[in-house]
Design a protein around this ligand. Sequence first.
Ligand SMILES: Cc1cc2nc3c(=O)[nH]c(=O)nc-3n(C[C@H](O)[C@H](O)[C@H](O)COP(=O)(O)O)c2cc1C
Length: 324
Amino acid sequence: MNPGPPHPISKKVLVVQYSQTGQLTRLCERIVAPLRADPRISVHTEVLVPRKPFPFPWSFFSFLDAFPESAHLVPPALAPLSLQGDEDFDLVVLPYQVWFLAPSQPITAFLKHPVGQAVLRGKPVVTVIACRNMWLSAQEKLKALLAAAGARLIDNVVLTDPGPVLATFITTPRWLLSGKQAGFWGLPAAGLSGAQIQASRRFGLALRDGLLDGREKGSQPLLAGLGAVRADPRLIFSEKTGTRSFHVWGRLLLAAGRPGSWQRLPLLALYVIFLVVMIVTLVPASLALQAVLRPFMKPWLSKMALQFEQPSGSSTERSHIYED
Ligand SMILES: Cc1cc2nc3c(=O)[nH]c(=O)nc-3n(C[C@H](O)[C@H](O)[C@H](O)COP(=O)(O)O)c2cc1C
C-alpha cells in the first residue's frame, strides 16, 4: 500500500472553551474530535478562565446579579490567555452559552480582549450555541462583536434543551441554582440529551472535509444541509421584551454598584417583583394576543426564522452523509 506523501495539508484550528457544568465542553469536544483525529489538522484549545470565577451552582442573588453585565456586554477580567495574538488560524470554533439573552460573560470578554480580537481578525468563525432555548438576541449581539473584531461568521450550530418549554422554565433554573440536573416529578432532565451531543459529530466531520478542501476560505457555509439550527419565531417577541427589560434595569443596576455589591440588592429585589408581576399579567396577555395574531403574522414569522437560521440553515439533506 502506498501511503502517499505524509500530511500534505496543514490546517490550524482554534477552539475556545468555557463551560460551568461541562455540557458545552462535551458538545464542543464531540464536534472537534474528527479534527483532532486528523493528522493534517492541528487544534489549539483556549480555555477561558475568569479571574473571579462565576459560581456553580449559583445562589439566587449571584445569578440575578450577573444580568446587568451580561446584557450590557461588560467583559469580566480573564486570566492571561495562552494565545499571543500573532497566531494565524484557518478556522475558529467558538462555542458559547447564553446568559440573559446575551453571550455568556467569559465569551464576551474573549471577543473584546485585544488578543482575542487580533486572533479573530479576518478569520472564518463557526459559532456553536448550547442553551435552554432563547438564543436569537444573543447571536445578534455575538455577530456584532465578531464584526467589531473583523471576523467572518461562516456557520452557526444551535442545540437547545429538548424538554417542553414550560418544563425547562423549571428544570433549567433548578439545575443552575442547585446543580441538580436529573428529572424529577415527571419532568425531564435539564440540559441537552446525550443523543443530541452524540449526533453532533456530523458537524465535526463536515468541518474536517471543508477544511481539507479549503472551503473555509470561501463564502459558503460548511455546515449547510446538516440541520445545524432551527429558529422558533414565536420566541422573537419574548426575546425582544426581555432584552429591553434587561437593558433598562441593567443600566440602573450598573449605576448602583459593582457586581456583588450590597447597593444592588434593593434594586435586584425590586426587579424580581417587577418580573413576577410581568409574568402573571403581561406574559399571558401577550401569549393570548400572539395566538390570535399568529395566522396573520405567519409569513413574516417564517421569514424571520429563515433569517435567524443563516448562515447554516435548518435543512437536513446532507445529514445522511455523516451518519454513524
Ligand atoms: C446566568 C445564566 C443565564 C442564563 N440565561 C439563559 C438565557 O437567557 N437563555 C437560554 O436559553 N439559556 C440561558 N441559560 C442557560 C445556559 O445557556 C446554559 O444552557 C447552561 O448554563 C449550561 O451551560 P454550561 O455549558 O456553562 O454548563 C443561562 C445560564 C446562566 C448560568
